[in-house]
Design a protein around this ligand. Structure first.
Ligand SMILES: [Zn+2]
Length: 1004
């Protein structure tokens, strides 16, 4: 029998013996390993995922404040990383989010900067993705994605002389075709990695070893824009039990035999078994482990110490081979393996992480922020053009701070609507600050141009232009002036598109005695529309909420008139006092028709609703109905598996409820020479205006929705729907980031046999630009003014979710219910959303022209600037201007999506063909742009075609492009791209869907 005393004595003797025989000593870990052929290579990729705002603001994450919400400090990550990398030259790290990196970089000494440059040169530190943020892929517009990527990529190129090779979209909630082919292949990336794909899709891909594919996201470009893409087996974190932040509880490698808990064999076994299980679902003998996750490496040494040991002991063991790696090294290994990969077309939307867990709510979450992002994006495009005409001012004001704010707003918790409320407010604040500075830039440029100053000669202009960013709520002090004292209101209307445009301008005015004249002094037709009380309430409440003021004037009317504006140029109109009232009231009857031209809408006055759409010229006649409904949100049912609807997830509790007009709600019809409007107060919180505008053959619907009532304790998600009789056979089309249209089939996925458990939420898709459906004879298209979620839940029907107000969190991390409010002196009400959508019905084959060309006009509205004048403005000012040759205009299938003074003597020009291959018989063709006419007064000294993010020459990028083998050879259609630009002729050709980017230098 052994007593406890005996054991104690024995242990004591044992320890004494140990201390005498061997002491702890230095172990040189061998971390030099590189790829070993014939073995399973485990690529260890140390990384951190630093959200550019989510639970904390970007500033709080950077400095590490507000840590009671989340212990996260990016400064710690970057500070601790440098010594950890210097400690062993085999260690590697990737860094992603440039919004953080650039800030940190500016704060470093020259010595540290030099060290970091050496780490980048040696490949120890690699920039991956390289945009300012890891942008969302559902609610983002492609122009914003390009801009934010360019901003990051050009910085990296200028400071470090390198170009990121890898797309790293590890956290966004579903993945778009545009990300793969445009922000991937066309940027020059060799591969794209991500984590979140549908759980059913993932299961099948694991079985078939098809998590890694060659993704061909574009119909128009075919194989020329393929990219190698890998979905991670689970998420972007390490295998479980391999987390090594200071507070993590994974067992560390205890390899000091003199101490207790020595565990090298166990840890090596665990490593090998995790590697083998991943190898089972992966082609080739290369697997990647993402060693890190959100805001990790705050004390980088804790991770690297463990990784050093794993590499050392696992390789001593020899069953598998571990190495420090990066996604670039991994990609090269995959490429060298000479494997043929499965092909993937279309995209990875929608994303569900489990039964009832469809991440389709965020397509609509925070609709006002989404609207603000889209509006500032369009403004930024125009502002850069005007900044270019004037010449960029380095000391400001300029468009740089709007560029930064917009870039950050593309983050996958920003425009997606999935941040906490205080962070959403921070994004909006940054946009507002950026806008204010851009507004000054625009005002200065327009002042210079109207004063006739040349680019070099614009000193301090006299004219002070005002703009009206709150025009959407009919708040525009500049136009609400009293004209009776003989003053003229000068309205300068700028058109950022390359073609001449006629559009209706609407501004609020204080009285009815007004007249509008063009720059020749000729009277132009105008119309006054009384501003409804619903609008005035909205205006006064939000002027108080956002500006802290109570407007002293209440405008009575919207003044509407048609403006004709040259390409990349402006026209001038004058509003002044008239002798008599310009207002004529409309009439109304039972069963009536509205519309000024070819398009008529027929209403049943008795029922108070729209019944028919008729375009005689196009021989289209269709019965239709347009209504609102709501989905009651699934709440907390008290079960462990409860899945509520929330900021990310859309989970309706049963079917939708129609929102019927409260009692008798007569339609109000306003008719005039410019516009016909039908006003409907649907209930106390939905107001709608349906508008038919002179010269346009589409319907514009403006809605005011909110505050959504929740006093019954039920969250609600509001959708508008239009029902037609088109036999669309479950099929509809939605855009990818405002660019390519992708075919969707209800309750169906191309890549796997879908098990339907959410018949509505599982059929929702992101809509940035539009949605359409068709049958044998007609196409029905709907275009939007911001990103929303939508679907076709029934044949012939389209629905858009326009607003949501929820009472529960959906357990995906944000830990807040999406219940937005607006407050005036501490009294808060639910958020009201004002937005627009547009619809139209065309004969089959004729819808693309409207979707594309008019669609671009929605993105780029006319920009208005106002000033007052007492005398004859035209005598001393330029009243019409076009930035391009006056005899020239761009074809309607091409848009200038970037015209930017880079501030270094160069100009960045990006031209986008707006049509896909085969979309329109006249416009899906190759177009030519004459740069000599675009830059009419200038001489091009040098023109260089660059890649999409403008960080390398296009030819250089093409030379480096990796070509991948694809399983099963399909016959490739001929891919068309424009030819090289002859430096003498200076003509740029663009094929369908082509975007070409140039850096241009002018002779001075
Ligand atoms: Zn994230």
């Amino acid at each position: 029998m052994v007593t406890s005393m005996d054991i104690g004595v024995w242990i004591l003797l044992f320890l004494v013996g140990f201390i005498h025989s061997s002491e702890s000593k230095y172990i040189a870990y061998n971390t030099t390993s590189t790829i070993v052929p014939g073995k399973l290579n485990v690529h260890l990729v140390p990384h951190t995922h630093d959200d550019v705002g989510w639970l904390k603001t970007i500033d709080q994450y950077y400095v590490g404040s507000n840590n009671s919400i989340q212990g996260a400090c990016v400064q710690n990550v970057l500070d601790s990383l440098i010594p950890a990398l210097l400690a062993d030259k085999n260690r590697k790290f990737i860094y992603v989010e440039q919004a953080f990196f650039q800030r940190w970089w500016r704060e470093q000494s020259e010595v540290v900067q030099k060290t970091v440059k050496q780490l980048v040169n040696s490949g120890q530190l690699e920039f991956i993705n390289g945009g300012m943020c890891m942008h969302d892929e559902a609610a983002t517009h492609y122009i914003d994605m390009i801009d934010q990527t360019t901003l990051g990529h050009r910085f990296i190129k200028e400071e470090f002389g390198v170009t990121p090779r890898i797309g790293w979209q590890i956290d966004p909630f579903g993945h778009s075709a545009v990300q793969a082919y445009l922000l991937g292949a066309e940027v020059g990336f060799d591969s794209l990695f991500f984590a979140r794909i549908d759980y059913q899709d993932r299961a099948k891909r694991k079985d078939e070893k098809s998590l890694e594919v060659v993704w061909q996201g574009s119909k128009s470009f075919g194989s020329s824009s393929q990219i190698f893409s890998g979905a991670f087996p689970e998420n972007y974190e390490p295998p479980s039990n391999f987390y090594f932040e200071v507070n993590d509880d994974s067992p560390i490698v205890q390899d000091d035999i003199n101490l207790f808990d020595y565990n090298v064999p166990e840890r090596v076994n665990e490593f090998v078994s995790a590697a083998l299980s991943q190898a089972n679902i992966t082609r080739t003998n290369h697997i990647m482990w993402t060693m890190g996750t959100d805001f990790k490496y705050q004390y980088a040494e804790t991770w690297f110490r463990q990784l050093d040991k794993f590499i050392h002991y696992v390789n001593q063991d020899g069953r598998v081979h571990a190495l420090y790696s990066t996604p670039s090294i991994y990609t090269d290994a995959k490429h060298a393996a000479n494997e043929a990969w499965p092909i993937k077309t279309d995209d990875y939307f929608p994303y569900a992480d489990r039964v009832n867990g469809y991440w389709t709510g965020y397509f609509t979450s925070r609709p006002a922020l989404k609207g603000y992002v889209r509006w500032t994006s369009g403004y930024y495009l125009a502002a850069r053009q005007l900044e270019y005409f004037k010449g960029k001012s380095a000391s400001g004001p300029n468009t740089d701070s709007l560029a930064d704010a917009l870039a950050i707003a593309q983050h996958h918790d920003a425009v997606s609507g999935t941040s906490k409320q205080h962070v959403a407010n921070d994004y909006a604040k940054r946009l507002s600050i950026g806008y204010t500075e851009a507004e000054k830039t625009v005002a200065a440029s327009l002042a210079c141009l109207t004063e006739g100053a040349t680019k070099t000669g614009c000193g301090t202009p006299q004219v002070k232009f005002q703009q009206c960013p709150l025009l959407n709520i009919s708040y525009c002090p500049a136009s609400e002036v009293n004209f009776s004292d003989g003053k003229n209101l000068v309205v300068v209307v700028y058109n950022p598109l390359g073609w001449k445009r006629e559009d209706v301008i609407r501004i609020p005015v204080a009285n009815e005695k007004v007249v509008v004249r063009d720059s020749n002094g000729k009277k132009v037709q105008s119309q006054l529309l009384p501003i409804p009380d619903a609008f005035l309430g909205l205006r006064n409440y939000h002027a108080a909420a956002y500006l802290g003021i109570s407007p002293s004037v209440n405008p009575k009317y919207w003044l509407a008139f048609s403006a004709i504006v040259p390409p990349l140029g402006f026209s001038t109109y004058y509003v002044s006092n008239a002798k008599k009232s310009a207002y004529k009231s409309g009439s109304q009857s039972d069963g009536f028709e509205v519309g000024l031209g070819n398009l008529k809408l027929i209403y049943s006055g008795k029922e108070g609703k729209l019944t028919q759409y008729i375009n005689r010229k196009r021989k289209v006649k269709e019965s239709l109905e347009q209504t609102y409904k709501y989905y009651p949100s699934y709440g907390d049912d008290g079960t462990i598996t409860a899945q509520a609807s929330g900021a990310y997830i859309f989970r309706p509790n049963g079917s939708s409820f129609p929102i019927k007009p409260n009692g008798k709600s007569p339609l109000t019809v306003l008719r005039g020479p410019i516009v016909h409007e039908v006003h409907q107060k649907i209930n106390s919180w939905i107001y709608q205006t349906t508008r038919l505008v002179k010269g346009k053959e589409h319907v514009e619907v403006e809605f005011i929705v909110g505050p959504i009532p929740i006093d019954d304790g039920v969250g609600k998600e509001i959708a508008t729907e239009i029902k037609t009789n088109l036999t669309s056979s479950k099929t509809f089309y939605t855009d990818s980031n405002g660019r390519d249209f992708i075919e969707r089939v209800r309750d169906y996925r191309k890549d796997w046999n879908l098990e339907v458990n959410q018949p509505v939420a599982g059929n929702y898709y992101p809509i940035n630009h539009g949605i359409y459906l068709k049958d044998k004879s007609k196409e029905f298209s709907v275009l939007v003014d911001r990103s929303v979620g939508g679907s076709s839940i029934l044949d012939g029907q389209v629905e858009l979710m326009v607003h949501r107000r929820l009472l529960n969190d959906d357990s995906r991390g944000v830990a807040e219910a999406l219940n937005e409010t607006v407050c005036v002196s501490d009294k808060c009400t639910g958020l009201t959303v004002l937005g627009k959508y547009y619809f139209r019905i065309d004969p089959i084959g004729e819808g693309a022209r409207w979707r594309r060309t008019f669609g671009q006009e929605i993105y780029s509205p006319l920009l208005l600037a106002f000033t007052e004048s007492e005398g004859n403005w035209g005598d001393s000012h330029v009243t019409t201007f076009s930035g391009i040759d006056s005899s020239y205009s761009l074809p309607e299938n091409v848009a200038v999506i970037t015209l930017q003074d880079l501030g270094d003597g160069n100009v960045l020009l990006r031209l986008a063909h707006l049509y896909e291959i085969g979309e329109d018989i006249h416009l899906s063709i190759k177009s030519s742009i004459e740069l000599k006419k675009v830059f009419r007064d200038k001489q091009i000294n040098k023109i260089t075609e660059v890649n999409l993010s403008a960080n390398q020459e296009r030819a250089e990028m093409e030379k480096k492009r990796l070509v991948w083998q694809v399983k099963g050879s399909s016959r490739e259609p001929e891919v068309s791209r424009g030819g090289p630009v002859d430096p003498e002729k200076l003509i740029v050709e663009l094929s369908p869907m082509e975007i070409r980017t140039f850096v241009i230098n002018f002779n001075h």
